[in-house]
Ligand binder design. Structure first.
Ligand code: ZN
Length: 201
């Protein structure tokens, strides 16, 4: 999920398609854009919790920070597995740095409406109504099961990232009219060579 505290950023040509190495040797994955089929298919359950997975988790956090995001799901880096990372504090509070593997939403309460964005749909932001308090059950990088409850932005991130793992994007929560406007804008960007894919039909 895009950082809602940040102003709308302009889409730079190639800006989301370059792989760079950081000093800590974390791999910064390029973010997959809307139109890539990996974003719209259900991800697979994770069954192996090994060093390779934990390295991937570190790389996902660094890739998310590098893209100024507060949530990232594995399909957004082209990996169709049920893995998401969330940090709504953006490095400020370690306790908000969360790994969600095979997450399941177990409880939703209340309602909130605010602007929501997605790293796979940069420059687009729409109001989305979601539950205000959300409990998720998931596994950590070692396979240990846990349950956690988030409110406000964290609740929104739990729902947004879990949606990704079901092949669902936030624009499925906006009106058909707004979705159509977004798709037409993306078509134009694709024509101009500024978006890799044509929007799916
Ligand atoms: Zn997203």
């Amino acid at each position: 999920m895009a950082d809602t505290a940040q102003p709308r950023r302009k889409l730079k040509r190639g800006g989301y398609n370059s792989t760079v190495e950081t000093k800590t040797k974390a791999k910064i994955y390029p973010i997959v854009l809307y139109g890539d089929p990996v974003l719209e298919k259900p991800a697979e359950t994770v069954t192996v919790f090994d060093e390779e997975l934990r390295t991937l988790l570190d790389d996902m956090f660094e890739s998310m920070y590098s893209a100024h995001g507060v949530g990232l799901a594995a399909p957004q880096i082209g990996i169709a597995k049920r893995i998401a990372v969330v940090d709504c504090s953006f490095k400020e509070r370690p306790e908000e740095r969360m790994v969600l593997i095979n997450p399941v939403i177990v409880k939703q309460e209340g309602k909130q409406t605010s602007g929501e964005g997605c790293l796979s749909l940069p420059v687009f932001r729409e109001n989305v109504t979601r539950a205000n308090r959300v409990t998720v059950r998931a596994q950590d990088g070692y396979g240990k099961e846990f349950e956690t409850t988030g409110e406000g932005l964290t609740a929104r991130a739990f729902l947004h990232e879990t949606d990704h793992l079901h092949g669902k994007l936030f624009i499925s929560h906006v009106s058909a009219l707004k979705r159509d406007i977004i798709r037409r804008k993306i078509k134009k960007l694709a024509k101009a060579g500024e978006w890799k894919y044509e929007p799916p039909e």
